[in-house]
Ligand binder design. Sequence first.
Ligand code: ZN
Length: 485
Amino acid sequence: MGRTTVEVAAPRTAAIYLRISEDREGRELGVTRQQQHCRQLAKRLGVKVVAIFTDNDISAAAASQKERPEYLRMIRDAKTGLFGTIIAYTSGRLTRAPREFEGQIDLARNHGVLFQFVASPSFDLTTSAGRMMARMMAAKDTGEVEDISERQSDRKQQLIANGEWTGGRRPFGYDDDGLTLRPAEQERGLDAAKRLLAGDSARSIFTEWNVAGMTTTAGGPWDGSNFRQMILRPRNAGRVGKIPPGTKDFRKALDKLPKSRWPPLFAPDDRQAAEDTWVALMIKMTDPTRQKNGGATSLVLVGSHLYTCWCGSIARSGGTTASKQSRYMCKGGGHTRLAGPVDELVRAVVCARLDSQGVRLLPKTGDREPLLKRLALLKARAEEAAALFGDPESGFTAEQLKVTNARLKPKIEEVERELAQLADGSALEGIADAPSPSAAFLAKGIERQRVIIGALVEVTILKAPRGRRDFDPETVRIVPRPRPA
Ligand SMILES: [Zn+2]
């Protein structure tokens, strides 16, 4: 991004713009450090710093409305040709509102001024593509951009912004350059992702790898932690950087990361598909029901966190009876039921459905296409709105932007939910199309069985009459779930 514009035409003189403000970056990264960083960047760019402008935004809440005298003076001086480059720590330091950004575009187009930032990407404002990108950045919450830059060291941040690898140990699936795929490892990684999505446990996969003598790139065995770290890295989706802890909206978080210069491991030729896989995997791997009692292998009973109790509460593994028989106990009311007969019945119903419907249970391959198209369209609309807002001639107001976003957000979320459901349907691949679907199902581990059951039926444990000893199938309600049409 920024790099190429610099190498093509860097004017000889530059101004540095510094701003101290109430936000975290402004407080923590005082003017002195901002200036140091900007001077270093100037040196790298080979430009001479001829002026420094500093605004202080700390005073009062009205600051956002207040004019910045030094900023305005700098714009004036730039127009007279006193300097050809303006350097700031981040684009957020320079631009507080999308509106101000138009003044910068004018400087770039009519006066050939370049903008360079220490810790955010620079765009060539003399091209329409560059302006479009920069407008979108400016229309976004600048706070988000600044937050990211705070967490990274400065040099690293620059590399990340440019989509480059920040170095370190060889990443699994790639050569030492971090860019070139190693086909054998890439296939393994992609296969692991598919199996996880289909319901296999992480443990079953990395145990296989260990048995096959396949080590981590450090030469050690795989375990739950290094496997998880490897499979969930944004690198696999063709993005650079990290997802902040506590993230709930994985798609949004991923969108904020710069695109990588290396091909995504999950789909080297299709970035969208790689991102979809990654998002589905994040949702799956952070599913709270997988983490109860310490990890993916903790599901003792196949219906744990899957069946519903008659009281409406979710059923979980509830220890054993005096005669050592496993039982379900609902979370809310503590109602218990022997697990064996219930699971046997549920498995029988699922087997019958698998054998009778077979491949018809599989999601059609074309199912994802219209959803992906719709998602792309909705996102394009959101971006269009942001771009309109950045263009003062459009008359598009902040209020209109807010309304548009509020309308688009639930639609985008709905499509993403549907895509996730389709990923669930993929649990049936290799099962519903097996020579004997029921045998293939029963041969699978408890994790995978659980996903398949959840995809095919809805199970409710009904209230059983007291005192009855033998199992009455009438006390379990099993309703088939409709398959994607
Ligand atoms: Zn209950």
